[in-house]
Design a protein. Structure first.
Length: 128
């Protein structure tokens, strides 16, 4: 029995382990009907707010993910998002000041802090 128990526990962990996938990730100027609007990877300094929209697939519900907003290597925001269906669309937003020009990155983490995706956008005067 002692040899069987670790195998059973391992099978339980594999069967019920959490696997979170990002199926799609977009930056946008707005969200309408749970879909991103004005998708881009470049925005003007006066944008005011940028949205990060993600489509998530997971085995375990409910679960959580995090959008970690990074600018110049510094964490500017960490947003916890609840995932309540196996395939789920969710988003967060960040207010952007005009002087925050340059590269921004949003890292998507699972509830254990594991990085599962990342994508970048730019705030620039030559955004068109």
């Amino acid at each position: 029995m002692r040899r069987i128990l670790p195998v059973i526990l391992l099978l339980f962990y594999i069967s019920y382990g959490q696997e979170v996938k990002v199926l799609d990730m977009q930056f946008a100027v707005a969200i309408q009907s749970r879909e991103p609007v004005g998708i881009s990877d470049r925005f003007p300094p006066d944008i005011g707010k940028v949205y990060c929209w993600t489509k998530i697939q997971t085995e375990k519900v409910p679960t959580k993910i995090y959008h970690v907003w990074m600018y110049n290597g510094e964490e500017m925001a960490r947003v916890e998002l609840d995932i309540t269906y196996h395939t789920f669309r969710t988003w967060s937003s960040k207010n952007i000041l005009p002087q925050w020009k340059g590269k921004w990155t949003v890292i998507v983490e699972d509830e254990n802090g594991n990085k599962i995706a990342e994508k970048s956008f730019e705030i620039t005067d030559s955004w068109q």
